[in-house]
Design a protein around this ligand. Structure first.
Ligand code: AMP
Length: 243
């Protein structure tokens, strides 16, 4: 059983790296932002509660977030463990989490704000199936259209200059102290999030003492056959499951 937290500023590749690690180790990937986005898309009561806060790039209230995390982890579908992304984001959430769960490590993806801005503003989301794209690394076959379901590709509502500025400020003010709490417990491994995503993934594994990831085996047509992750694409290449 392995329980990891992955942290990093928006656009640092948390969702991508968590998915890559989770697939291989059979860890359930829990993205709090993704749970909220699905609720907004499906017009649930929770979605209505968080939509405006999210669109402004602000943090949702702690009680609501903790309730969502508690309920998700109580599903106990994580026989081999979980990797949680986007939580905890402030000191109170960190304390709540440490009181309730033992964790094996915190993966901190390190990226300068200038690079975050470049990546986030190129991010698109499929309005149909929720798949994430990053136009810097790979464009869809038809501009503006999802390769998977043909849905329209739109920016995330919170991927604007204004909302990003709020999120970066919040991250530095509130999330850095969380890293300090985890560092005191010697949980944190810091990885440079700028290189190709395969390199970032191998660095994460090396620092956590995990075996390296087997690279996708090319099939006869030269496409990766096993994992579905292109081996040579950039850190945020798309499409990716949302997050
Ligand atoms: P993310 O996909 O992680 O960037 O999250 C998208 C949005 O969901 C954030 O900008 C917040 O509005 C909200 N959110 C996600 N996780 C949390 C959290 N741990 N605490 C408060 N708000 C959160």
């Amino acid at each position: 059983m392995r329980k990891y937290v992955i942290m990093g500023v928006q656009g640092s590749g948390k969702g991508t790296q968590a998915t890559m690690l989770g697939e291989d180790l059979d860890l359930v990937h829990i993205s709090v932002g993704e749970i909220f986005r699905l609720n907004v898309q499906q017009h649930t009561k929770l979605g209505a509660q968080v939509r405006r806060t999210m669109a402004a790039g602000e943090l949702v209230g702690d009680d609501l977030v903790e309730g969502v995390v508690k309920a998700r982890l109580a599903e106990h579908d994580w026989n081999f463990g979980f990797i949680i992304d986007g939580f905890p984001r402030n000191e109170r959430q960190a304390e709540f989490f440490l009181e309730s769960y033992d964790i094996d490590g915190v993966i901190h993806l390190d990226m300068p704000d200038s690079e975050v801005r470049r990546r986030v503003l190129a991010r698109r989301l499929c309005s149909g199936c929720g798949m994430d794209y990053n136009l810097l690394a790979s464009s869809p076959a038809v501009a503006g259209q999802c390769d998977v379901c043909g849905g329209e590709l739109i920016p995330r509502e919170d991927d604007t200059e204004e909302a990003l500025a709020v999120r970066l400020r919040d991250y530095h003010q509130k999330t850095n102290p969380v890293l300090d709490i985890f560092r005191r417990k010697e949980y944190v491994v810091t990885v440079d999030a700028r290189p190709d995503r395969e390199i970032v993934q191998q660095a994460i594994r090396a620092k956590l003492g995990l075996p390296p990831r087997a690279l996708p085996v090319p099939s006869q047509d030269g496409q990766p056959a096993s994992s579905g992750q292109p081996a040579s694409s950039g850190g945020q290449a798309g499409p990716q499951p949302g997050g």
